[in-house]
Design a protein. Sequence first.
Length: 312
Amino acid sequence: MHRVVALAHPPQSPFELACAAEVFGLSRTGLPARYSFAVCALEPGVLPTIAGYGMTVGHGLDLLDEAETVVIPGWQGRDVPDAILTALRRAHARGARILAICTAAFVLAEAGLLDGRRATTHWRVAAALAERFPLVAVDEDVLYIDHGDVATSAGTAAGVDLCLHVVRGDHGAAHAAEIARHMVLPPHREGGQSQYARRITPEPEGFGGVLEWAAGRLGTALTVEAMAARARMSSRTFARRFTTELGVPPGEWVLARRIDAARELLERDELTVDAVAGKVGLGSALNLRRHFRARLGTTPAGYRRAFGEARS
């Protein structure tokens, strides 16, 4: 029995802890038990949760000395007690695997276990992780990243994706698929978390509504020259100011808006993928699929299955 220990910390997220408990801690009829599961905390006793109730944890950090896998199910706040950092470094040094769900990536980074490595976390705080820990290569577009000894997951439910991935590596795809089937979940989700991130279209000052104008004409041959003329600037000045103020060239901005518009159509309409591509100015289903795969890690059809409101 592989020993898995979750490190709880107040105020604990019950859901993120449950992600690990569901995968590693439940005994399921007809499925051999492969893991033992326990929970520890810096100070055993009743821990408050973000849901407003208390949960009782009976073990202290000494339990980490027996763990083969340590799971940190999210983390609230910035501070990490030195005793926890020491316990995690000690566990890692003796060969324990450490999984960080969602914002728990900040804990691994604080412990120095992500220096020089790729890591992910919730898209909402990915920029903060990169700014606070410049030695960590933050990738906000994936559901999880596994280095073998340490692993990080994207926001909340991606903790399940990471845990199932670990089971696949430990005991094979069939065993992981059975656990997923019991949980009524897909064994593996398509794409990364970029498809879940909030779509934000910044409007810089000084462009006289040109971006709103352009966003209403995505289905046309929208050129930098046309946008520059609308802004009453030369093409060179417009492109330079646009890139400076938005951080991307005009062509990249237009492509991102076209992908956003395609997402909205796929979510709410039953248009064919070819028709969606035409309406947003990407020409063909092949071109739309190529850009979806590059930007979102999935296909238009996969995105529609996940987020579409229209059903036959």
